[in-house]
Design a protein around this ligand. Structure first.
Ligand code: ZN
Length: 363
């Protein structure tokens, strides 16, 4: 079976400024690296060019007045927040990013590929119904989920492992029991939300699971979280489809976070998620690119790791940026595991009310 990579050259045309962390080189360098590694020559890799989402697609998630505001401001240039300007033409490229997520989902459910990586930008997980934020304009993963539900794929799990809390996605699905939203993220860090007691509301109570991690968290702790929280709850939820908000800013070279995940660690997480999708939902899994700002050092390797994890390619091919290994020793923190264990315990206590899998533990 094949793995799709969804990409459009126009993704390189979006830029807030040449020095902004979310700049065009994020994907330009990845493309070079993937070509150099021969990824596009592999028989089980299919490169797919998406089209723009329809305005109606983003209206399933966003309020009309925000969509019209962005469309209007995008003609002349404008501003959403301190981190997020509105460059001329961003409306169309943001629609193309949302369209990339939709195309990835369609390729998977129509059987064109087994799973897919939407290698898109601008990212989406901070975008809320009424506004963009934190480099994001439309919430790509949420638009994809709504599109899937319209096509009859009902129960969807979103795993957001970006270093920042996926506050926009959380808000969109906070009262929804058809979407299980699980987020791991560094606290303290932008946007300042994502504590374990944010657990959903109304019908959605129990369907938002936040697992904060401290600066210095590395592969070992992420794998522990996957095994002790993510895997059991996904099994119990029994999703029809798994979406990954794949933020690559947990890498130990990322300049705007303090985490210490390695590229190979990303590959291991992706492999585990893919294996679970194979078991639980006929392999239906799409990873949607979110953050990741170690533009030259790590992003090409972490993106490669995501693809290898999805396509079942041997992870020993994944290298770390060797000149920066000293940074890993500096970033990794020995206390991270204890803090993560404490946080996991909090999550299990809060969610034992909703999930059988968390009830068997002694507190
Ligand atoms: Zn991020």
């Amino acid at each position: 079976m094949k793995t799709g990579i969804i990409y459009h050259p126009k993704y390189l045309e979006h830029e807030q400024s040449p020095t902004h962390p979310e700049r065009r080189e994020r994907l330009a360098y990845t493309l070079d690296q993937l070509s150099e590694e021969g990824i596009f020559d592999l028989e089980n890799i299919v490169l797919i060019e998406p089209e723009m989402a329809e305005v109606d697609d983003v209206l399933m998630v966003h309020e009309e007045r925000y969509v019209r505001f962005l469309e209007r401001e995008s003609k002349t240039g404008g501003m959403i927040d301190f981190d997020t300007s509105i460059p001329v033409g961003v409306f169309e490229i943001a629609l193309l990013a949302a369209g990339g997520a939709i195309r990835a989902a369609d390729a998977v459910i129509d059987g064109e590929v087994r799973n897919a990586f939407a290698m898109i930008r601008p990212p989406g997980h901070h975008a809320k119904p009424y506004t963009g934020a934190g480099f994001c304009y439309f919430n790509n993963v949420a638009v994809m989920v709504k599109h899937l539900q319209k096509k009859g794929i009902e129960r969807i799990a979103i795993l957001d492992w970006d270093a920042h809390h996926g506050d926009g996605t959380q808000e969109i699905f906070y009262e929804d029991d058809s979407v299980l939203f699980i987020s791991t993220h560094q606290i303290p860090l932008y946007p300042g939300t994502g504590y374990p007691d944010e657990a959903g509301k109304g019908r959605g109570e129990g369907y938002t699971i936040n697992i904060p991690v401290p600066p210095g968290t590395s592969d070992e702790e992420y794998l522990y979280i996957f095994d002790s929280v993510i895997e059991p709850v996904l099994r119990e939820f029994e999703p029809d489809f798994i979406a990954i908000s794949a933020g690559q800013d947990n890498h130990f070279t990322d300049p705007i976070t303090g985490l210490a995940l390695t590229a190979r660690g990303y590959g291991m997480l992706m492999s585990k998620a893919r294996a679970l999708a194979d078991e639980l939902c006929r392999g239906r899994i799409v990873a949607v690119l979110e953050g990741g700002y170690s533009v030259e050092q790590a992003l090409p390797y972490t993106n490669l790791a995501i693809i290898c994890g999805l396509a079942g390619i041997d992870l020993s091919n994944i290298r770390e940026p060797e000149n920066y290994l000293g940074e890993l020793r500096w970033r990794k923190r020995s206390y991270a595991m204890q803090k993560v264990r404490d946080n996991v315990m909090d999550v299990k206590k809060i969610h034992s009310k909703y999930w059988e899998c968390f009830r068997i533990f002694n507190y």
